[in-house]
Design a protein around this ligand. Structure first.
Ligand SMILES: Nc1nc2c(ncn2[C@@H]2O[C@H](COP(=O)(O)OP(=O)(O)OP(=O)(O)O)[C@@H](O)[C@H]2O)c(=O)[nH]1
Ligand SMILES: [Mg+2]
Length: 582
């Protein structure tokens, strides 16, 4: 992937290190991308011309937007994980009722059917940004169908519930309780053979079936029927119940082991749990021999499911760095974010997302950038109104991009040390990774290697998890094993699962280094060393810092900035846009 930006390090002009560049014979000149970056919200122009001197840079304005007091921040509610139990609605019961009118004492049955239970759906929408509301809610219940009533009035359907989640949410089923699992609630009709076998003489029909103690045996489906309340217990045992009629389901329950990766908005809600069918009123059971059925069927119980929601933020750029490196200050400098900044480790406890606006608020772009068209969604053959796959084929003008600032990583983060693993998932989805290195905090190359090491180990761990999940989902536990001597026939489904984890799904992303706090004294040598190291990584003499084969090493840049002064930050915007456009 070739960057649109000039690979020449001259573009990261030496506003911080004039001597580094003049020593190389590179004179001071205006940056190629001299347009001021207008950040959303503030509307302020930051002039980052090369005339800013090192002396200016070392005197950050106290209590400015980029050097705020620790209590000057806004912290939106945020949760990136939630566990929910969803309950589909039970079906309402059918009704046992008979027509009563003046001069008509003994009318025909007229009980209405019960309403079907409501379904639970999930939908990924752009309006949502966090799972905190769902994390607090814990239970989601669809409405139950109302019972049928007399005069052939059917019960209304239970209300459906749609769970709205942010785009980037991964849904994993943890367990389900499906009452229909052990056998269908509504019987399939008996075959002719079964009917013949079951056929009893009229004398036998009159007599109830007896158990070994001589007590009448209860009908096996009795619990699925609703009997007329006035019925005596002996009548209850003698009652002849018909087989439950076959009924088509309105919605097909999703298969067990549900796993949805909602990485794009879903045009229509996706079914999680289907409600139960409503019961049948007594008119359904009228026959030649049974003029007045004293029973109706109960509503079908519905299933419940426990799901895990995990939000992987879909930011264009992920900021990765050690604690206190200056990530949040950088986010404030390039976007409208009011992330908390403090001179201690772990100031940021949850991810912040900032939006970098690429126009001057008058509709005129300051940077021309084109978003690649999204891959068309696979066509669902059962969808009556499929989304047009050709909808987005033209490159779209990019007017903004998003940046995610995650809590700092420390050594062992992939083993859940520090704030650890919980937030590393947010860099998995980013298009570009920006490694923020504090030039004033020791060797920058060592810091970069240790960050890549953590990210690489985390990537391998996720790939292993994903492979295990995929294997588990592929095992067909119902496979017929009778014709084979193989005691583990399902093992063959493992064949095409990849064996080795590479970590490439993160290491293959384009990345660059933001060398921040360049205003601090004596950081010049550190920056030079970092730049030389990245040059040898780019030309292939040194391996990628994560050690992963085939990782992205095209034109890896180090951009010096002083985020606290807003110096050099627009170079980050231009470089990022170049990498995003690819
Ligand atoms: N001199 C100087 N100080 C900076 C610069 N950028 C950030 N700082 C200071 O470094 C400290 C840490 O900044 P933060 O932005 O909170 O760092 P962080 O990486 O978000 O820290 P965590 O959230 O704890 O991971 C603050 O006191 C900032 O004022 C810079 O460019 N120059
Ligand atoms: Mg921070």
């Amino acid at each position: 992937m070739a960057s649109r930006c000039c690979p020449n390090p001259r573009i990261f002009l030496p506003f911080l290190y004039p001597s580094v560049f003049s020593a190389n014979g590179v004179g001071l000149s205006r940056p190629r991308f001299a347009a001021a970056v207008v950040t959303a919200g503030s509307g302020a122009r930051r002039d980052n011309s090369s005339s800013a001197t090192a002396a200016d840079a070392t005197t950050p304005d106290s209590n400015s937007r980029l050097n705020p007091a620790p209590d000057d921040y806004s912290m939106p509610y945020f949760a990136d994980q939630a566990q929910l139990t969803v309950f589909a609605g039970h079906g309402g019961n059918g009704c046992i009722s008979f027509l009563r009118e003046a001069y008509l004492e003994d009318g025909p049955p007229n009980g209405g059917d019960g309403g079907h239970g409501g379904n639970v759906y999930i939908q990924a929408t752009h309006g949502e940004t966090s799972l905190h509301k769902l994390a607090r809610r814990r239970f989601v219940r669809a409405g139950r169908g109302k019972h049928g009533q007399g005069s052939a009035r059917s019960g209304p359907r239970g209300e459906d519930v749609v769970i709205s989640v942010p785009v980037g949410t991964v849904v994993t089923e943890l367990s389900r309780d499906d009452p229909d699992d052990g056998g269908l609630f509504y019987d399939r009709p008996m075959t002719l053979k079964e009917k013949r076998r079951k056929k009893r003489s009229p004398a036998e029909e009159a007599e109830p079936e007896l158990d070994e103690h001589g007590d009448p045996v209860e009908h096996p489906n009795l619990h699925k029927f609703l009997l007329y309340p006035g019925i005596s217990s002996s009548e209850r045992k003698r009652i002849q119940l018909p087989p439950l009629p076959r009924r088509d389901r309105l919605f097909v329950q999703p298969r067990p082991g549900l796993h949805l990766d909602l990485s794009r908005p879903t045009p229509r809600p996706i079914l999680l749990a289907a409600g139960g069918l409503g019961g049948l009123g007594n008119p359904h059971f009228v026959s030649r021999d049974r003029k007045k059925p004293m029973f109706a069927t109960k509503g079908e119980p519905a299933m419940s499911m426990q799901i895990q929601l995990e939000l992987k933020l879909l930011a264009d750029v992920g900021l990765v760095g050690l604690p206190n490196a200056g990530k949040s200050t950088l986010l404030r400098a390039i976007s409208n974010s009011r992330a908390r900044v403090g001179n201690w480790a772990f100031t940021t406890l949850q991810p912040n997302i900032g939006t970098v606006v690429l126009d001057n608020n008058k509709g005129r772009p300051t940077v021309t950038s084109f978003r690649r068209p999204a891959e068309p969604a696979p066509i669902d053959p059962y969808d009556p109104d499929p989304v047009d796959p050709e909808a987005e084929t033209e490159p779209q003008q990019r007017t903004r991009f998003t940046v995610a600032d995650i809590p700092g990583l420390i050594e062992g983060a992939h083993l859940d040390k520090g704030l650890g693993i919980a937030f590393l998932r947010h860099v998995e989805r980013a298009g570009v990774l920006a490694f923020v290195i504090d030039l004033g905090a020791g060797n920058a190359v060592a810091a970069l290697k240790s960050l890549w090491n953590e990210v690489g180990l985390y990537a391998q761990m996720r790939e292993e998890e994903e492979r295990d999940r995929e294997r588990a989902a592929r095992i067909d536990w119902t496979a017929d094993t009778s014709n084979t001597d193989d005691c583990w026939p399902a093992a063959k489904v493992f064949e095409d699962a990849p064996e080795n984890t590479t970590g490439l799904h993160i290491a293959a992303k384009p990345w660059f280094v933001v060398a921040t706090k360049g205003d601090l004294p004596d950081t010049q040598e550190n920056f030079k060393e970092l730049r030389e190291y990245l040059a040898v990584v780019t030309n292939g003499t040194e391996p990628h810092p994560s050690g992963v084969d085939g990782a992205w090493t095209e034109n890896v840049a180090a951009i010096p900035v002083s985020a606290i002064n807003g110096h050099g930050v627009q170079n980050i915007v231009h470089w990022t846009v170049g990498l995003l456009d690819g």
